[in-house]
Design a protein around this ligand. Sequence first.
Ligand code: BMA
Length: 836
Amino acid sequence: MRYLKYSAVLVALFITIINAFGSVEKIDISQNWKFRRAGETQWLDARVPGVVHLDLLRHGLIPDPYYGTNEDSVQWIEREDWMYETTFNIANISESTHYELVFEGLDTYASVFLNGEKILSADNMYLRWVIDVKPWLRPGINTLMVYFRSPMTVNEPKLSRPLPYHVTAENDAHKDKVSVYTRKAPFQFGWDWGPRMVSCGIWRPVYLLSWQDARVEDVQIFQEQLSDERADLRAAFRLSGAAPAGAQWVLRDAVTGAEYGRTAAGDTAAELKFNIRNPRRWWTHNLGEPYLYRFEALLMQGDAVLDRREIRFGLRTIEVIQEEDSIGRAFYFKLNGVPVFMKGANYIPGDALLPRRTPDDFRRLLQSAKDVNMNMIRVWGGGIYEEDLFYDLCDEMGLLVWQDLMFACSMYPGDDPEFFENVRREVTYNARRLRHHPSIAIWCGNNEIDMAWHHWGWQVRYLIAPGKAAKMWDAYQALFHRLFPAIIQNEDPGRTYVSSSPQSNWGKAENFNFGTMHYWGVWHGPDDFEGYKRNVGRYMNEYGFQSFPEWTTIRAFSQPTDWSLESEVMKRHQKSYIGNGVIAKFTNKHYKTPTDFQDFVYKSQLTQADGMRAAISSHRARKGHCMGTMYWQLNDCWPGPSWSGIDYFGRWKALHYTLRELYADLLIVADNDQSRLNVNLVSDQLKPVKGNLLIEVFRLDGRRVSSLMFDLDVPANSAGQYLALPLKTLLKHAKPQQVFARIRFMDASGELASTMHYFAPAKLMPLEKPELDIAVDEDTRTVTVSSKTLVRSLFLYSASGDCRFSDNFFDLLPGEARTVRYEGALGDGIKFQFVD
Ligand code: BMA
């Protein structure tokens, strides 16, 4: 399904000039590629950008690796070498012209040959490679060949090095864990939510640049000072080649054409200071407008434009506050001087076979994040420094980005000079590539290494002798405490760097007072969902609970005989060591025993959403102490059970629908103990809100038990407990399982926030089988549902079509009619699931 989409976006043209400006020409070299396994003779046509798994799949040489247990049958690919070749035509080669071949990305160990001569050895998928090819280029047909060596065979000799970095690579699914020596996305070697897909290929665009005297290498805008009256900015220009006599840089507004200034081009570097009066600031989408300035830098000689570059830039200040306070150490962001509570999720690449992801996938995913009121995404360190488009979209949509460097969950050989130099170039390049994005809020050296090394038992578990351990920690410090902060300080001086996330370990209660926290007491530890309420840190950068993806997704990778937790397919798609058993345990605790596998899948999603509700509402209710909640994980890289709220195909699970309420700027948090109902209100709005809080308690058939109303003044950017009501007053003589509460906060304009509260677990409630009225209006593409009795977590779906509803997994009050929109095909009608 995904594969067809991928092929449909590729348009066949032999050589296309995709950009010509002034004297700089960009010649696309994505066509006419063929590939073969080294040692074989037959070439087959290939897609570039791409990777070898996708080419093999397209030719029917491997089965869909995401289906059933097929992952196993494609593992041989990683041990082979692969060759890619194309030809391109250059009409003539002029003496005065420069020719550069650019690979935006090579995955990973690639030797590049032009007309039989080796012109490059690449060893890092995160780097861009620019090669001056003039000496090897010929007029007429040129042959370009890329030879990819197996990351396994390249790195296996390193496993016998004196310092055993690889033993700590717990997620690497192979017994020979070469991932730590390879600058390739760590998750492709296997992770606890993804398959092992150690692919190779020309995974990002490749093209030839030709130009005369000079071309723009880079234009950067730096914000030196920002106030409401004025922004002081500096543009830094860099050239490849040498500026011709009299050349100058002109900086102007790309929309109005108004000029900010001009300066002599110098030899290769130049700077220009300029300012903007009454600047418009960039804000996250919930606090204001993510306003972007569009600048155009022109390299000019007289009236001729030699080259140009357009840069979008947002004016904002972002600070990371890490102050000691009376209980420990705070951690929060200030955007334009305002403390902002971060609401978001951890992001992983949306496909283990990276080039299959389309611009639409990025757009849909980030729009889904924005639609449920997230204001931050964490680009987690086991994946990739994302595509430019990803950050462009975050800039436009007003989403902030927590950017990890790509190091996760293992020690790295920072003592190896070659590795050190390699990652020095990697981080420098990516910091330069990404620093102009206003969305990026922070750089973080790695995911979890510091904690795992000091608190999660690595040194003992892997029997690392103290002398070796000291050297491995030195190597860690060389990278994360010295090299990377120095690079960020140099390349991106305005942004904070922290060495690792988390900064504090969840093992002890007092640790929740210090800095960033990954709380895994639920799932990896023994806690139940109550643990989320007790364990609230200063900035919750990870916590999570798994569920199964929806039925349509399960059907895409399995067949009826696989539909049980014990089947080989369900076990193999579960990558976490404790996996399916924990999902079943929690689901059975909260809901009645599932009637069949489909009912279990549905209830697993409700359980996950319940867990995240407990976590997120506890974090937000303690705003001030806690200033961020980023659950694990936003999305998936293949179809299967995982912590995600959005599955591989982009389908929203119950969790993602629930986030719309949980991440809204105004949130009601209700919780009860044996005697009282406590009601908190959280506001992320920057103005105070005045309104009425209405609490209504009903029996399951809709009869009202009690109703109370309160006038409330909610201060700007605040959280607080407003009410503690005796249950006796609310429930009268009813038992907790016989009633439910609807709590709404309203003003004259209508409802500002609302929530449902249950006084007993779903499992104990005598819910009746609902008689639903469902009316479909195909003209307006809406569905209206109603019921005489309470329906909890109503899930609408189409069994034969593929449909997305604007709202789903909602509670339907007795007598209430709810209308939702749908997209896609209804097939032969609407089906539904509900809590029994
Ligand atoms: C954290 C993450 C990931 C992992 C997740 C679930 O450790 O950083 O490495 O997938 O928890 O185990």
